[in-house]
Design a protein around this ligand. Structure first.
Ligand code: ADP
Ligand code: LRH
Length: 491
């Protein structure tokens, strides 16, 4: 058979999707089989993921993906980082996984730092401070009946893999986001983690991208209407790791921004950077495929806009995103700016008001209309992208000459142009479904259908995917305006 079909299950914070790729000697096409919303649910004061609804979406997606005449060669699963489900001794899920935007981890990091100082924790794990790191989530759960009953902790894509195949495992790239690992040795940081009272035996053995992850269970095949035995292949199960693997770079000197719910902006390195300067800049060292390190900063991303849309939907009905972006393109430029990396924007709820308040608190006019608020968000995101890419180059002592924007935000032409202008560098935008493509490429490679070489995978993407190039402005007045704004933006 010269063509193969792979299914990529990609669980994002705003939607889940099952994508089907067709690969051939020099072809790679991707089609959406099914997309389903990912809506968090608050019960009894705790924000949860609706994991059963996501599982049902995955099953619908597999049914749609399997309906082609060529059977699926394999399936891969990736999703957002840090969160987990706990299983009891019978392998039954103990409660709904808690959402990383829940507030139960407030104050936990400060408690951890009294035992392991932040400098030591960063030196051991290379992971940025974020309240939701798995380490702090597990500490927040200490003493609960649920954690006491737990025998296994499974990261979200590993939980889905378990339900589909019955196999327990902990995938490496996603494990690297937990702050329980050493990114240089790719093994658990036993010493610091044990001092914080975390039981590492909850995590099943590590598996690596490309490893087999079992076969779809008979009842899964049956329910998904699949007639052929189908293997699941371990991919880079952290969605951002899959997305970075699918950056269609054609040279070495590139930066990437994975823009979806989050903006993850940084560099691909061969070794972690754990200096004090790096810690103070809140850069993280997560693992990528083939021993790479994703050296990046988390920026709030299009979450800011998604949350505004949710508020406006309730008050005035669902605004049309594309119309709103057209209006924002004509709204006052660089007028009011917020720190788009500020964890103050992490929690859900009344985002337009919080953005207006942040502007007023820093002596700037509060945006009044949805278009003005959208413009404030996009200008601020472009400046946060600039800061992250400048900081990454300085801290890693590497210069870049192009920025790749991948993920849903690659569809936002205004954001891509503003990022090019803010950074003074060309932006290559696309693919928007980079995580799914990275997922597929790792599967195809494991099945011997693409070469081993990461650069060759990227070259295949550059040849086969539709990309848009944005040149930075050359207008001296506009360049000066971005320079001035980069000094003015709150940080
Ligand atoms: P996640 O994987 O985190 O759920 P995605 O990568 O799917 O996120 O990106 C979702 C975001 O992409 C949306 O919040 C929206 O801002 C942006 N987006 C998607 N489609 C479009 C579009 N047609 N035009 C502009 N922006 C878009
Ligand atoms: C993006 C992402 C990101 C993490 C966050 C929790 O979906 O995986 O890389 O920091 O979710």
């Amino acid at each position: 058979r010269s063509h193969h079909r792979f299914a990529a299950i990609d669980l994002g914070a705003s939607s889940g999707r099952v994508m089907v790729a067709r690969t051939g000697p020099d072809t790679l096409t991707l089609q959406e089989a099914h997309r389903f919303p990912n809506r968090p649910v608050r019960t009894a004061g705790t924000l949860h993921w609706d994991i059963l609804s996501l599982y049902a979406g995955v099953m619908d997606g597999l049914r749609a993906a399997g309906s082609g005449s060529v059977p699926l060669t394999s399936i891969g699963i990736d999703g957002w980082a840090v969160d987990y489900g706990l299983l009891d001794a019978d392998g039954v899920l103990l409660g709904n996984p808690v959402h990383y935007r829940d507030t139960r981890t407030e104050g936990i990091a400060a408690k951890a730092w009294t035992t392991v100082p932040p400098t030591e924790l960063y030196a051991a794990t290379g992971i940025q401070y974020a309240p939701f790191n798995t380490l702090y989530q597990l500490m927040a759960a200490q003493g609960t009946a649920q954690l006491q009953a737990a025998r296994h902790a499974l990261l979200i894509p590993d939980l889905l893999t378990y339900w589909l195949t019955g196999e327990l495992g902990t995938e490496l790239t996603n494990a690297s986001t937990t702050q329980l690992m050493d990114p240089a040795t790719n093994t658990w940081s036993h010493d610091v983690v044990t001092r914080l009272g975390i039981d590492l035996s909850l995590f099943p053995p590590l598996r690596h991208p490309g490893d087999p992850a079992g076969q779809l269970l008979p009842h899964v095949l049956d329910e998904a209407g699949l007639t052929t035995p189908t293997p699941v292949t371990t991919v880079a199960s952290h969605d951002t790791a899959s997305a970075v693997a699918a950056v269609p770079a054609t040279t070495e000197n590139f930066a990437y921004i994975c823009t979806g719910t989050w903006s993850l902006a940084g560099l691909e390195l061969t070794a972690p950077i754990r200096t004090e300067e790096s810690r103070e800049a809140n850069f993280t060292n997560e693992l990528g495929i083939d021993g790479t390190v994703r050296y990046l900063r988390n920026i709030m991303g299009l979450w800011l806009l998604q949350e505004c849309l949710r508020t406006w939907e309730v008050s005035t009905g669902a605004p049309d995103l594309e119309a709103l972006l057209r209006e924002a393109a004509h709204a006052p430029v660089l007028r009011s700016l917020v720190d788009a990396a500020d964890p103050a924007f992490l929690a859900p709820g009344n985002m337009p008001h919080r953005i207006a308040q942040a502007c007023e608190a820093t002596g700037q006019p509060a945006p009044r209309t949805p278009a003005e608020t959208t413009r404030c968000i996009l200008d601020s995101l472009a400046l946060a992208h600039r800061r992250a890419i400048e900081d990454a180059q300085r801290l890693a002592d590497r210069a870049v000459d192009v920025i790749h924007i991948v993920g849903g935000g690659a569809r936002n032409a205004l954001l891509c142009q503003l990022t090019a202008d803010a950074c003074g560098l060309p932006v290559v935008a696309g693919p928007a479904e980079a995580a799914a493509l990275g997922n597929v490429l790792v599967q195809a490679r494991a099945h011997g259908l693409v070469g081993d070489d990461r650069q060759a995978m990227r070259a295949l993407l550059a040849r086969t995917q539709q990309l848009t190039r944005y040149e930075p402005t050359t207008d001296p007045a506009r360049r000066a305006a971005w320079e001035e704004a980069s000094r003015r933006v709150p940080a």
